[in-house]
Design a protein around this ligand. Sequence first.
Ligand code: NAD
Length: 674
Amino acid sequence: MNQDKRLYPTSFNPLFIRTSRPLPKEVAILGAGTIGPDIGYYLKSALPQIKLLLVDVVDAPLKKAEKRLAEYTHKAMEKRKIKENQAKAILENIVYTMDYGLIKDCDLVIEAATENIPLKQRIFSRVEELVGPDTIITSNTSSIPADRIFSKMKNPRRATITHFFAPAWRSLPVEVITWPGASQETVEYLFWFFAQTGKVPLITDNAICFMLDRIFDNWCNEAAYLLQDATASQIDKVAEEMVFAGPFYVLNMANGNPIIIETNTLQMEEGPHYKPASILASVEKWVTQRPGSKVEVPKDAMAIIRDRLLGILFSQSFDIIDRGIGTKEDLNYGCQIALGFRKGPFDIMNELGEAEVSRIMEKFQNERPGFPMPKASLATYQDFKRFLLVDDVDGVKVITLRRPQAMNAISDDINNEILSVLKENTDKPEVKGFVITGYGTRAFSAGADIGKFPQTLGNFGAAEQYAKDCAEVQLFMDRMQKPVVAVINGMALGGGFEIALRCHGMVATKNAFFQFPEITLGILPGIGGCVVPYRKWPQGAKLFHEMICLARPINAKEALEIGMVSKLVDDIPDLIKAAVEEVKNLQGKIQRIPDGKVEIPEFAIPDPPVAGKQALSKEAVSITVKTIKAGAAASSFSEALGIGYRGSAEIACTEAAKEGITAFLEKRRPEFKK
Ligand code: NAD
């Protein structure tokens, strides 16, 4: 495991931080230009009750900001993401002002003014005179190291950089910069605060441009140099293999040319090779095509562009890791969620293989001398988990599924990573056991990706095999001598719930809930979901019938009543503590899932079967009921599991499953015929 303790001395999961400082009540954002109002919209959406002050030195941006926030809420209502009363609460209690004096009671001040060192220094001197001694002060600078901006402050210990990405109201990551002048408490509070309000904070070192902008700025700058060989739309087209939108298209959207000049000039302190391309200063808008448009690129030009773009991407990635600016996990993930890369840089390297990466880097070094090259073997940059954070708490490995953009949905890759953490540690004497939880405040896991399931539709053998393949983590847990406890920090649905079910213990937050939505897609939970709950908690059988056959959700209290969950706690650090205690209680006392027949009560399925407003497929429900009954009647647990896999395969061969999966992929409600 390579996550860097220097950047994350307390924990990798931000919500494990115990902070004595509450959420802010009053926040000021200084600068109402491009990004300031977007940061404001994120804050008011996450914490509608706060008072927000948007401060600028010019009136026009404030007026525009007010209009923009009204438009955002309007759009969100149109898309049914928020209700009218929520929109009202977001827009209420926002002060658009040029009067700095109004910020005096703020607990948090975020500066998002023009990128200029003397200006920012002046702002912070002024802010310090106005606010109380405990106010946390941050800058959203894209590139300037913290010591330079905060150097004139009397008390920089409460100050650091919090770097957002456009569009800041939606983009998940925020880089929180750690630097010697700030207290650990300040950095950790912000780390916790952003996760608590729905963001993905990434702690990075105090290098020029921090972590992700070193990738973005140099990627764009390299693209500008490539204009000697091709047009902007040709370069964008080649880049689209790696990113959802090419560099010139993005620069146009963000009016980004001046910022690349500024940030790359700053990076020239590290060497002349970072020099911004002169063409960036003379062009205002690039001639580009919408992503996905057809653009002809001659083969030789394509090879030149591709190699150079990959060269700069890899060079910067190696450098970031070699200098400890960020962790491999954060860099690989951040490039995808902040910069729109289809895959992380280390995933691209992995796919290309060592020989091809070496070829690209040698060529890049010849064409662009001075840029950093890898300082370790290529294999060492691959040695990390893409989707998991792993913390050590009191001898227990605490695994966090970090995929909040998909509510921590389980994929085949996540399954493999969980399995490898369990396998890597299960025989280590110093490891007492494991805890599994989900990133953020909303979900343990919202289910499983549809994965290869559509390819198995109509093919009994393939569907049965796929169900078995997906069950490896569960089967491994069944045999483990060390306990695994699930911490349910929100929703636990479908395939995610099927992992929690197989853990040896479960604790949850009071707002947690559990559901098997599979039947609404004409399928059933095939990784043990139809058989495990009845064997582990036979007293909950009636509820399980409704859950599996009618997609009824159950809340944390109901889960506690049937004994599925052993403890409800709302405070996440306390919950982790409870889970770690549970791991210790379960030492040598893991209860194996029982063999033998299980008595289950009769089913009362309404005719026609419905889940809320969704009409269900009678055929799918009847296969599900049959599977549950046969699973309960099986004389061994392993026979019951086999029945579950075959039930999943049988249902995969129905019209209902075909319609359900097609509707899911087409984002519409399914219409079942029988
Ligand atoms: P911008 O030029 O669009 O807006 C800056 C605003 O700051 C202007 O409205 C200006 O009037 C105001 N301003 C100037 N002096 C001020 C002062 N003393 N007090 C209050 N307001 C003042 O710039 P932007 O793109 O919004 O960027 C703001 C900061 O955020 C910069 O440091 C930038 O590097 C950083 N940043 C921007 C983005 C982005 O996508 N735009 C992304 C990450 C970081």
